[in-house]
Design a protein around this ligand. Structure first.
Ligand SMILES: Cc1cc2nc3c(=O)[nH]c(=O)nc-3n(C[C@H](O)[C@H](O)[C@H](O)COP(=O)(O)OP(=O)(O)OC[C@H]3O[C@@H](n4cnc5c(N)ncnc54)[C@H](O)[C@@H]3O)c2cc1C
Length: 292
């Protein structure tokens, strides 16, 4: 870490009430510390200078993965635990893949799912997968609890709709029908430690006759926020993923994207890759759906 980091207080909190009250009491100076893999980097770079960090590791509601039809993942669950969880791997494959794509194994032992959402990077690896699984985020703030479809959490790069004192408690994923598969593909220069040029997730549910009953496509790193490309999913619904249907989905996903050019690659390249990866992710998701 650099030398620019400011001095700060560190405090552990044991309950959600304590956490929310402390954050709401000093919204500008106090920050929730999860794994710290984004927050401490921003502090070391001098981009953030909170006076106090709150460590909520002991708050029970924020921890653990549980299942009762719906899959509930506490916000403090580490990427490594998401990636290795048997139910996530089998029924929410895209999410296991998204978690696996985050940094290195050392990073994934610290980085949390809630932190990946709270940091609101357009290029984060788990939001596209969560979007295709129709994830809902449970929030808790001074005014109580609210639940939002994940797509409504983001306002722009680095910005969420969280009110002062409001925290992400958990992410909930509904149960999908049998014959559902999902897939996430990240395009980056190196496997580890690089953020995505483009990330594409897809989910496909097949009907008895082999046609697509429902499909979702979501995109990362090609818009100010992670994005559900609803028309791309609609384009293959009712099809058998013939070339024409896949081409229509690719077109729709490209149209939904609004990529920028930067030092990594051009907007044109990003948009073209959205098309290629949309087709590939849909095919892979369908191949998994056939096995289930
Ligand atoms: C070397 C390196 C490589 C990386 N590679 C990737 C990558 O490939 N893909 C990728 O997606 N990310 C990557 N990251 C970014 C980072 O690891 C992830 O975004 C991670 O999931 C952040 O989680 P955290 O628990 O460390 O969050 P923290 O740093 O603790 O928090 C991040 C922000 O979210 C807020 N926050 C945390 N939890 C909550 C909550 N429950 N409710 C409300 N706000 C909350 C914090 O206050 C803070 O503002 C990388 C980071 C590093 C340092």
């Amino acid at each position: 870490m650099g030398t620019a980091m400011n001095a700060f207080d560190y405090e552990r909190v044991a309950t959600l009430d304590e956490l929310v009250a402390a954050l709401a009491g000093d919204p500008d100076g106090t920050r929730l510390l999860a794994g710290g893999t984004d927050l401490l980097v921003f502090m070391a770079d001098g981009k953030l200078a909170p006076r106090k960090l709150l460590d909520p590791k002991r708050v029970p509601e924020l921890n653990g993965i549980s299942h009762n039809g719906t899959l509930r993942i506490g916000a403090l669950t580490r990427m490594r635990d998401v990636e290795l969880h048997p139910l996530v791997r089998s029924r929410y494959t895209a999410l296991a893949q998204g978690a696996f794509e985050v940094g290195s194994v050392q990073i994934r032992h610290r980085a949390t799912l809630g932190g990946n959402l709270g940091t609101a990077s357009p290029a984060a690896d788990t939001p596209p997968a969560l979007l295709v699984h129709d994830a809902v985020v449970k929030l808790r703030g001074p005014d109580g609890v609210r639940k939002l479809p994940l797509g409504e959490l983001y306002r722009g790069p680095g910005q969420t709709v969280l009110a002062p004192g409001e925290v992400i408690v958990a992410v909930k994923l509904p149960e999908h029908p049998a014959r559902t598969g999902s897939w996430y593909i990240k395009l980056a220069t190196r496997k580890a430690m690089d953020i995505a040029f483009v990330g594409v997730a897809a989910r496909v549910t097949l009907a008895e006759d082999g046609r697509v009953a429902e499909a979702r496509v979501a995109l990362g790193a090609v818009a100010p926020v992670p994005l559900l490309a609803a028309e791309a999913g609609a384009a293959v619904t009712g099809s058998r993923l013939e070339d024409a249907a896949l081409a229509a989905a690719a077109e729709a996903a490209m149209a939904a994207s609004s990529p920028i050019s930067d030092k990594r690659c051009s907007a044109e390249y990003r948009r073209a890759m959205v098309g290629v990866l949309t087709k590939r992710a849909l095919r892979q998701a369908a191949a998994l759906a056939e096995k289930r």
